[in-house]
Write a protein that binds this ligand. Structure first.
Ligand code: F0G
Length: 351
């Protein structure tokens, strides 16, 4: 009878909700913090993975969405809209169902993973594929929410950040203090903003003794913060973070600078290497964008930037099932056998 109640009930006193806020929840949050043995050995550190793919719709977006949809419902909204590279739309669509609201989602045409498109479809979202990239979708979503009766639930909506900061609370609650370093993939830069806010709040209130250094990693083809300029035509196989003009850019810089952290880039090759390592050696299947955090940690370690003995948390943001193409690509086809134990045993190398 005692299950995790979702982030609003678990952290009610730290969120902008009142007794009259209708709580729209799928019991998100409370995700596993998994010790990463191979990454710990490689870095000489104590590395943990915050496995956000274990959320109800398979990504960290659910933490922000329970807040955004609850507040939209409280304010009487009948419809919500978002721009998305896939995960936000999947989450918005699911939480809108719970709230009895209509959801509209704008996605860049041909650039979202099949699993995410399937989620938005099956939850009954109204989907428009935009002839443009994520940044164009966000411009359009803002325009529509400014001029039509529809509430914007992207992370430019501050209650999204409030919900997402609870991941930092969970980590401190679990470890007893903040880690030395927290590593994240960066796309629109909402999540790094949210974690930093959560860590700062706990430190200010004395729940933790310190805050971590925040390390963010963008994909090389979509690395506007690293370059210091908007990327007009962003590219990367990690479609979730294929973003050229992040909405929370300034907050990401603040998180980096206030924490003494860094924002760097990783190539698609490095992302895929980390993706395969996580699945094959840690047993954790994530989507490619999520592996950018781990790729970044490994890159920094190879550059000698990681002193041994530190406690490090890498957020892996989304479930591998969202985008299985990359798991199948390049892998050998399974062999077909008759219903015969001797043959099967031989093919399995058991005989
Ligand atoms: N990882 C995954 C799996 C994501 O879906 C996203 C963002 C990020 C990392 C980056 O987080 O934007 O807060 O810096 N996905 C958004 C979406 C853009 O539409 O689903 P961020």
């Amino acid at each position: 009878t005692h299950q995790w109640r979702g982030i609003i009930e678990e952290y009610r006193d730290r969120l902008p909700v009142s007794d009259t806020t209708p709580v729209v929840t799928l019991r998100e949050g409370g995700t596993p913090l998994v010790p990463a043995q191979v990454l710990s050995e490689r870095t000489g550190c104590e590395v943990h993975l915050k496995v956000e793919g274990a959320n109800p719709t398979g990504s960290f977006k659910d933490r922000g969405m329970t807040m955004a949809i609850s507040k939209a419902k409280e304010e009487g909204a009948k419809a919500v809209i978002c721009a998305s590279t896939g995960n936000t739309s999947a989450s918005a669509a699911a939480y809108a169902v719970r709230a009895g609201m209509v959801s509209a989602v704008l996605v860049p045409q041909g650039k979202i993973a099949l699993g995410k498109m399937g989620q938005a479809l099956v939850h009954g979202a109204k989907i428009l594929q935009v002839d443009g990239n994520f940044d164009d979708c966000l411009t359009l979503a803002r325009d529509l929410s400014d001029n039509y009766p529809v509430a914007l639930v992207n992370s430019v909506n501050p209650v999204r950040i409030e919900g997402q900061k609870t991941a930092a609370f969970e980590i401190v609650d679990m470890l007893g203090d903040a880690p030395d370093i927290h590593v994240l993939p960066v796309g629109n830069a909402g999540n790094i903003t949210a974690y930093w806010k959560g860590y700062k709040e706990y430190a200010t209130d004395g729940v933790s003794k310190r805050t971590p250094r925040m390390w963010g990693f963008q994909a090389s083809g979509s690395a506007p913060i690293v370059r210091g300029e908007v990327v007009k035509d962003p590219s990367t196989i990690a479609t979730a973070i294929r973003i050229g003009n992040p909405a929370s850019w300034q907050y990401a810089l603040a998180a980096r600078d206030e924490s003494g952290g860094l924002i760097d880039e990783v190539t698609d090759r490095e992302i895929l290497r980390a993706y395969r390592l996580l699945a094959a050696q840690e047993g954790v299947f994530v989507e490619p964008a999520s592996a950018a955090s781990v790729a970044g940690l490994l890159k920094a370690a190879e550059q000698g930037k990681v002193d041994p003995g530190q406690r490090i948390v890498c957020t892996v943001t989304g479930n591998g099932l969202k985008d299985p193409d990359w798991a199948v690509a390049g892998a050998p086809q399974p062999v077909t056998v008759p219903v015969d134990a001797a043959t099967a045993a031989e093919r399995l190398g058991l005989a």
